[in-house]
Ligand binder design. Structure first.
Ligand code: PMP
Length: 305
């Protein structure tokens, strides 16, 4: 379980987390009509910094735009969003890396199944949690549940209600004794894990499903691609068959809450040598450095709050 910090932002002010409530009659609860993002605030030598805050803000706006929650964008500029993160940080005391969950909720009561014009409210709270995928070698299985396609509930939008898809898949994996799942699309191609993107290394090439493969366009996925580019690693974004995972030299998951997690087994097939591969280890260490301000050339991704 995560440790949630005492003060939250809700209904325009900082309040005790115990007072940050959404009505049981709201569209947010009735239909899962909320969109969210989670970004880290990390300790660096220069103090605490938010990672890729503008990218997280923009993805939040895009998620709301996709599902038609159209009242948020005009009310919340990036500057106002950033200032609110600052107020939330000042209201809480923390000494180590933390996560912030920012959610736009549709708060109208029993509005019916629609989205346009609904009242929206932003919540934000800080929490500490362990990585969602083991960091020293994850064992995964193909999910019995398929990833929601773009023409059904778009995986590109981070919609709270859509996360039932991830819960079903993760629970199935846990029930079967695995750490996480591999989601396939309806054609049997690889998408991602329950809440992390996937990368494969074959013959020295870094390969990941393209952004039109029913995935969330992960901010760490983009970061990994940018790091790999600086290292001169060839990157390909394309359709991946399940059986390619069985013969990959290396596999890893990446995400805000997964960091970079080597995958050492898929459906009982050992990946590579059964330990974190060379490329995975380099990217994992560089990614940690990028998040903590020690990688030269990536400092612009950290936002001073
Ligand atoms: N896919 C899904 C389904 C996720 O929930 C997440 C976590 N946000 C990711 C991928 C990774 O995205 P990010 O790197 O932005 O955390």
């Amino acid at each position: 379980m995560a440790r949630v910090f005492e003060k939250a932002f809700w209904m325009g002010e900082i309040v005790p987390i115990s007072e940050a409530h959404v009505s049981v009659a709201s569209a947010a609860v009735l239909y899962g009509l909320s969109v969210y993002t989670v970004f880290p605030i990390n300790k660096t030598k220069q103090g605490f910094f938010a990672f890729r805050l503008r990218d997280h803000y923009e993805r939040l706006i895009r998620s709301s735009r996709i599902i038609g929650l159209d009242t948020f964008e005009s009310q919340w500029s990036f500057e106002k969003f950033q200032q609110t993160v600052g107020e939330l940080m000042s209201a809480n005391t923390f000494t180590e890396d933390v996560f912030v969950r920012a959610t736009i909720h549709a708060t109208d009561l029993v509005p019916g199944t629609r989205s346009r014009g609904l009242t929206t409210n932003l919540s934000m709270f800080i929490y500490e949690a362990s990585p969602i995928v083991p960091q020293n070698g994850a064992r995964v299985k193909t999910s019995v549940w398929r990833r929601t396609p773009d023409e059904s509930i778009p995986s590109r939008a981070k919609v709270n209600g859509a996360y039932v898809n991830s819960v079903l898949a993760k629970q199935d994996a846990i029930d079967c004794g695995y750490d996480d799942c591999i989601f396939l699309d309806n054609a049997g191609h690889v998408c991602e894990l329950s809440a992390a993107n996937i990368f494969m290394v074959r013959d020295g090439v870094l390969i990941t499903p393209s952004s039109s493969s029913s995935i969330l366009e992960g901010i760490n996925r983009r970061t990994v691609i940018e790091i790999a580019e600086t290292l001169g690693i060839k990157i390909v974004e394309r359709t991946i068959d399940l059986t390619e995972l069985y013969i990959a030299d290396e596999l890893f998951a990446c995400g805000t809450s997964a960091f970079i997690a080597p995958i050492i087994e898929v459906d009982k097939r050992v990946v590579g040598k059964g330990v974190a591969g060379y490329v995975t280890q380099i990217l994992k260490s560089k990614h940690f450095g990028v998040l903590h301000g020690t990688e030269v050339g990536f400092e612009h991704l950290l936002t001073v709050i």
